[in-house]
Unconditional design. Structure first.
Length: 216
């Protein structure tokens, strides 16, 4: 669920409702300005949080989740956000121009998985291996690589370790790409099915003589 849009909707409903309650109690029920303001704030808060709960419930039902499942997913996505922020910081701090493209690709893949899981939380279950294994490996290696590459003096052993780490990150990039493809597998199958149906329809249409089509 988009938190920003939800916040706008809640605020957009709560503010006028709060004003309506104030006006109703002040003019209609002859309350004091202070008491009317208090009722207005309470009414606005009820509308704000009530609408928030309603939107969340609709979102959960739309994605066929239970409250417990949504809470579990939300918690893990929040933890993943912190890890991704750390990952981005470490990847940008590495001063190795030749590996920049590969690092940006890794970050793009990671963010795409997070974006998909946030927008459609049911996808999280297909991405559990990424969240509970691969993301941690990528983060740990990236932070160690960033730390070691920032050291002023580099001997042969350190250079070898940096090279091995870089190669392992390349392999992990391919692993994360497979994670993303696995998450999108159902969408790809559905798209291929729709393409086959469309091609079949086009073929049938092309097989009909022009004269027959004009008669129809």
């Amino acid at each position: 669920m988009n938190k920003f849009l939800s916040l706008i909707a809640q605020t957009g409903a709560a503010v006028p409702f709060s004003g309506f309650i104030w006006l109703l109690t002040f003019a209609g029920f002859d309350q004091t300005f202070l008491m009317s303001s208090l009722y207005g704030v309470i009414g606005g808060a009820v509308m704000f949080f009530g609408l928030g709960n309603y939107l969340q419930k609709r979102f959960i039902e739309k994605h066929r989740l239970t409250k417990k499942e949504y809470k579990y997913i939300k918690k893990n996505l929040s933890e993943a956000n912190e890890k991704i922020n750390r990952l981005q910081k470490s990847l940008f701090s590495i001063r190795h121009i030749r590996s920049l493209k590969q690092r940006m690709e890794l970050l793009r893949l990671v963010k795409n998985i997070q974006k998909l899981s946030t927008r459609e939380p049911r996808r999280f279950f297909k991405a559990e291996q990424f969240y509970f294994s691969h993301l941690d490996s990528v983060l740990e290696l990236s932070e160690k690589y960033a730390f070691l590459s920032s050291q002023p003096g580099k001997n042969r052993e350190l250079e070898h370790s940096l090279y091995e780490t870089q190669q392992t990150l390349k392999e992990l990039t391919r692993v994360v790409e497979k994670d993303l493809n696995y998450i999108l597998a159902d969408d790809i199958d559905h798209l291929n099915f729709e393409i086959d149906v469309a091609k079949h329809s086009i073929k049938k249409l092309n097989d009909i003589p022009d004269e027959t089509r004009r008669l129809k």
